[in-house]
Design a binder for this molecule. Structure first.
Ligand code: 9L3
Ligand code: MG
Length: 132
């Protein structure tokens, strides 16, 4: 089966809140809340993908050393298998802006369960609670 490599990031602010984004209408999994990120393009390292996606989706500038790998998520859909490393980032330049018409929310880790997530993202919640 096809393997889709996607990379995601938990941006954590000074209060310990994590940024999640609601997938916009018209996209796959619309309405569900996810950790920002996207598909790794051919020839990209996952860190480069995240830097690109955080700029495209949120207008943030992130330096590569600020991206710390935390864990991996995966989910088998009918037609492809998603593999998704999760990074943590506590330092960036700029204020997140919903540049792709997505809703944004800063949420304490123990409240993430209140936001419906794609199947790959949900199992990441305990890892983020464990960081505190
Ligand atoms: N996806 C799941 N959780 C995430 C991200 C960033 C992405 N935190 C899934 C949704 C799509 C696929 O990965 O099935 C590709 O994402 P996109 O390029 O449609 O954002
Ligand atoms: Mg994306």
């Amino acid at each position: 089966m096809k393997l889709l490599l996607v990379v995601a990031c938990a941006l954590i602010d000074a209060d310990g809140r994590i940024l999640i984004a609601q997938r916009p209408e018209g996209k796959q999994l619309s309405g569900l809340w996810e950790f920002p990120g996207g598909k790794v393009d051919p020839g990209e390292r996952p860190e480069q993908t995240l830097i690109r996606e955080l700029r495209e989706e949120l207008g943030l500038t992130v330096a590569e050393p600020c991206l710390a790998p935390l864990t991996f998520a995966s989910h088998a859909y009918d037609d492809f298998h998603l593999l998704m490393p999760l990074y943590v980032c506590r330092r960036w330049d700029g204020t997140p802006k919903p540049l792709e018409a997505q809703k944004l929310a800063w949420v304490m880790p123990n409240k993430l369960r209140d936001y419906p997530m794609p199947p790959a993202d949900e199992p990441l919640i305990p890892h983020l609670i464990g960081l505190l």
